[in-house]
Design a protein around this ligand. Sequence first.
Ligand SMILES: [Zn+2]
Length: 318
Amino acid sequence: MLMQRDELAGCVPWILDQDGNRTEGLDDDRRLSEVQEGLQRHPRVRARIGAVDPQQVRQTLGVLHEADYLEALEQAPAEEAVLIGKLAEPGLLPDTPVCAQAFAAAREGVATSIAAAMSILEGARFSYALCRPPGHHAGPAWLGGYCYLNNAAAAAHTLATAAGEHGTSSPIAILDVDLHYPNGTAGIVARSREMTLHSLHGSTGANLPWERVAPRSEREHLVSFRNVPGSAEYLAHLERAVAEIRREASAVVLSLGYDTIAADPHGGWSFDPAIFADVGRLLAGCELPVCVVQEGGYALGALAQCSHAFVSGLLNGG
Ligand SMILES: [Zn+2]
């Protein structure tokens, strides 16, 4: 488990809901403390700080995000979080405010994700980037849904670069099991032949203006549940995605959101935290290295249960 430095500094105090009203921001360091507690209850989990060379973070961000976008974030105001319309995905209204502290935290999140990928390159079968803010809504030139920089794509790029240096041509698969459609990761994967994306998510009509989304490239594979799925139906789809990844990829980056459980304030599904034991077991069964990157999950009272179930399934099944 790779822990993030200085995560507390960059909490945004509010976010806009679907009706455009300001609502309390729920992405703060307490989430990571709860997830950490659940992970560390497992005797085989080891924790360290995920520090990497800032130059490597800058280089990685320069590959994933457009230069103008990164420059706009660097100029974010220090005093107050503000909405900047041009930083939303085209067709979407801005919902996530920007400030210097939030950008600093997002950069630390990317550093933690790169460190987790490097731990796989050093020989670990599994690693877990305990990072925030989440990243999967951050695209090449847009932010949204608490996300500024794409942590999962940073981990995948780190793994793909090393694989390329060793002459491996198989892509790195990003498997996204957060409740929400990863529009940012999809935008980045559409531009990168080194990654594929498999996503299981709730109907986008509930939180995006698009009732259905089409894959942006042949490397994007979507399972969109129009109704709230039961756990058996969901796990059957997940098993198929994992089997496909096992055939095509050399490693998996798991964009892991815990917002599919009944208690989640940004959710709407009804899973029990125990489902993450099955998610972990399925990932262990794919026999590829798995680099986990933390996405959403906001039910503070249930996050430790979720992460403990996940890591138990992963480590006991692998
Ligand atoms: Zn989510």
